[in-house]
Design a binder for this molecule. Structure first.
Ligand code: AMP
Ligand code: MG
Length: 489
């Protein structure tokens, strides 16, 4: 592995140098062979005793420079000036053979100066959840942190009850958050903000490194990448659950798979997280919350945007005001691709479809996927999805008059070129919450990891119909529904 630890070279106030706390008996759950290969890491080495020792934090390879990074953040709208990697340690930055840079981070690797009351550890359940959902997201083409592998620790972690502990190896383009900027802005450390701005531009937006106004370029780039990211979430029915500013990366990758979940039946008010009492982060709020978070980022850059504060405010406002426009256009483009219609199709084609799904309480994923088959000439939804009889009503009722009208209007707008790509925008298999929970329960309570492995294999081939079995495709029966998720920190 080739390391070049640029973040560790930033001044001392950006992080704390420390090593992971070893675990008792590390045991491999799984490694991600294809990701390892992409990073230039030999999968056989990663699965070896030494590789497992690294993923457990027990023994680090040469070239690593472990640190915990500091940040702040708005949590559910309230500013917390002091957060940081409380249960994560950044081992270093790996360069692959294309010279691309990736953070290698352990999650659940022991306490740090930022752990507050926490133990720095991760229970097995949340580790498996993150593995499944982050890799499903990657397979669906969504920018995201990845999972290189996971191990059990042999130690017990105490939450509401005693649970087996685990450590996840996370890979991301960086772990720099809006909250990282907020940490320094709250301390009026403008030198740090300047360094961080340059660092992020170099790593993530290199086309803008020579910009006259680096902070303005950074803000605009972050706005673009967040708008595009959240549009993709909306298109998949993904609900992040904790869109705090410390959980939003400047790189535009999805991070922090805590209480996140995919929606089964479509409803814009859907919320899963047990701690989101007010529904702040419900499905329909994700775009405006991203906008709010970017305004927080804009605030941290005031000292950099212009010499005169009024000018700086004006520039920040100008950039932030563009978010809804950029988001709308990303959303519209995504919806047209999902529907297989040309890019100039009336917006109501999308919004009417969603309204129908809402009124008929239809499964979001299967509704869109069935359109792919209908577009390819199948006249029957049930046929198209090759599903057993009883499930047809769980998709939708194409004979309902309003639906029929929509379908015929849609058929008239279908675009041959777009039809070919429709399936790539409409997954058949998503990590449905009831399946994720069942896989976790087997592993945690019965030490049976087989359901986890099978589910991971299925969700990392989201678009293929020939490999998926009905149990991975179908929405939950009423008695299988899991409507609450927990951070599990
Ligand atoms: P999260 O809700 O996962 O974004 O975490 C919010 C903050 O709590 C972050 O600063 C974490 O590092 C910290 N934290 C979460 N769980 C733990 C834990 N088990 N031990 C120490 N710190 C934690
Ligand atoms: Mg977090």
């Amino acid at each position: 592995m080739q390391f070049d630890n640029s973040y560790a070279r930033l001044p001392e106030r950006f992080h704390t140098h420390l090593r992971p706390t070893p675990v008792s008996v590390p045991s491999l759950i799984r490694i991600n062979e294809s990701l390892a290969t992409e990073l230039g890491i030999d999968p056989a080495w990663l699965a070896s005793r030494e590789g497992i020792a690294m993923m457990a934090g027990n023994q680090l390879p040469e070239g690593t420079e472990p640190i915990a990074t500091v940040y702040a953040g708005h949590q559910f709208g309230h500013f917390n000036p002091q957060l940081g990697d409380g249960r994560a340690i950044l081992l270093g930055e790996v360069l692959n053979d294309q010279n691309e840079r990736f953070d290698l981070q352990l999650k659940g690797s022991g306490p740090t100066p930022y752990s507050r009351q926490g133990d720095g550890r991760a229970p097995l359940g949340p580790v498996l959840r993150e593995y499944l959902i982050s890799e499903a997201m990657a397979a669906m083409g969504v920018p995201t942190s990845r999972t290189l592998g996971a191990v059990t620790s042999g130690d017990v972690v105490y939450r509401e009850q005693a649970e087996p502990g685990a450590v996840l190896t996370r890979v991301a383009k960086s772990h720099i958050r809006i909250g990282t900027f907020e940490f320094f802005a709250a301390r009026q450390d403008t030198a740090a903000i300047r360094l961080l701005t340059e660092h992020v531009l170099t790593r993530h937006y290199p086309d803008h490194t020579g910009s006259d106004n680096p902070a303005f370029a950074l803000l605009n780039s972050a706005i673009q990448s967040q708008a595009s990211l959240v549009a993709q979430w909306q298109g998949l029915g993904f609900i992040h659950g904790v869109m705090n500013t410390d959980n939003m990366l400047l790189s535009g990758e999805t991070i922090d798979y805590g209480p996140c979940a995919f929606m089964d039946t479509y409803h814009p008010n859907t919320v899963f997280s047990s701690i989101d009492n007010m529904g702040r982060y419900q499905y329909r709020n994700q775009p405006p919350i991203a906008h709010w978070n970017l305004a927080a980022l804009g605030h941290t850059l005031i000292s950099q945007l212009a010499q005169d504060e009024k000018d700086a405010m004006r520039l920040a406002q100008e950039a932030i005001d563009q978010f809804p426009v950029i988001y709308e256009s990303a959303w519209y483009e995504m919806m047209n691709a999902k529907l297989g219609v040309p890019s100039n199709t009336d917006r109501s084609m999308s919004t009417d479809f969603l309204k129908l799904l809402e009124d008929q309480k239809v499964d979001f994923t299967l509704a869109f996927r069935s359109l792919c088959d209908l577009a390819e000439g199948s006249t029957d939804v049930q046929d198209a999805l090759a599903l057993p009889d009883a499930t047809i009503t769980q998709v939708f009722d194409p004979k309902e008059p309003r639906f029929e009208a929509w379908l015929s209007r849609w058929r008239n707008n279908l675009d041959d070129g777009q039809i070919l790509n429709m399936k790539q925008h409409n997954p058949l298999v998503i990590p449905r919450n009831h399946l994720v929970e069942a896989a976790i329960a087997s592993a945690v309570y019965e030490e049976d990891f087989e359901p986890f492995h099978l589910l991971l294999d299925a969700v990392t081939r989201p678009f293929e119909s020939n490999t998926a079995t009905p149990s991975f495709i179908l929405p939950p029966r009423d008695d299988q529904q899991v409507t609450r998720t927990f951070c599990g920190t």
